[in-house]
Unconditional design. Structure first.
Length: 169
């Protein structure tokens, strides 16, 4: 069985009275799959206001944000690869050559030490920043962990035979 497909109706459309008394508090029964879905959503939204969530639902939902994040991660990875390649190319040039010819316009070679941060001409001042940014980005990129297992819920509970009668009140 799967959870009820989105969007869910308002509470007033699915609620029923807890007792025949006219002032009893209403409640809504959830199937086990709906409960698991609702519990996961509530826990995933810890610290997020209901107002923000409702605004997101009206603006295309969290799924749109997740798709945008996936695009941003892909762009980040492409930029990181390009910047890493560029920095590596420059560093190899600096190791394999004495400097930059034509910089002084007098035939002299400008040694690399004059072109880096702290050097006489400082034309490659962002190279250390780029190296640090690459290292930080590579540290921050970690695979998504697998979703946590529902602690305390074994095979019997997940199979719907947990004593809840197929739904929760």
């Amino acid at each position: 069985m799967e959870h009820t497909k989105e969007p869910w109706p308002p509470f007033t459309e699915i609620c029923e009275p807890a007792t025949p008394h006219p002032e009893s508090a209403p409640f809504a029964r959830l199937s086990w799959d709906d409960y698991i879905r609702a519990r996961a959503c509530v826990n995933a939204c810890e610290g997020v206001t209901t107002a923000w969530l409702e605004g997101e639902a009206e603006a295309g939902g969290i799924k749109a944000k997740l798709q945008n994040m996936a695009t941003l991660y892909e762009q980040r990875d492409q930029l990181l690869a390009a910047l890493s390649g560029l920095v590596e190319d420059i560093q190899v040039l600096m190791v394999e050559s004495a400097g930059l010819a034509g910089f002084h316009r007098n035939g002299d070679i400008a040694p690399w030490g004059e072109l880096v941060a702290g050097g006489r001409f400082e034309r490659l001042t962002h190279l250390p920043d780029a190296v640090a940014a690459i290292a930080a980005a590579k540290r921050d990129i970690a695979p998504d962990p697998e979703p946590p297992v529902l602690a305390g819920y074994g095979e019997i509970a997940i199979g719907g035979r947990s004593g809840h009668g197929g739904g929760l009140a």
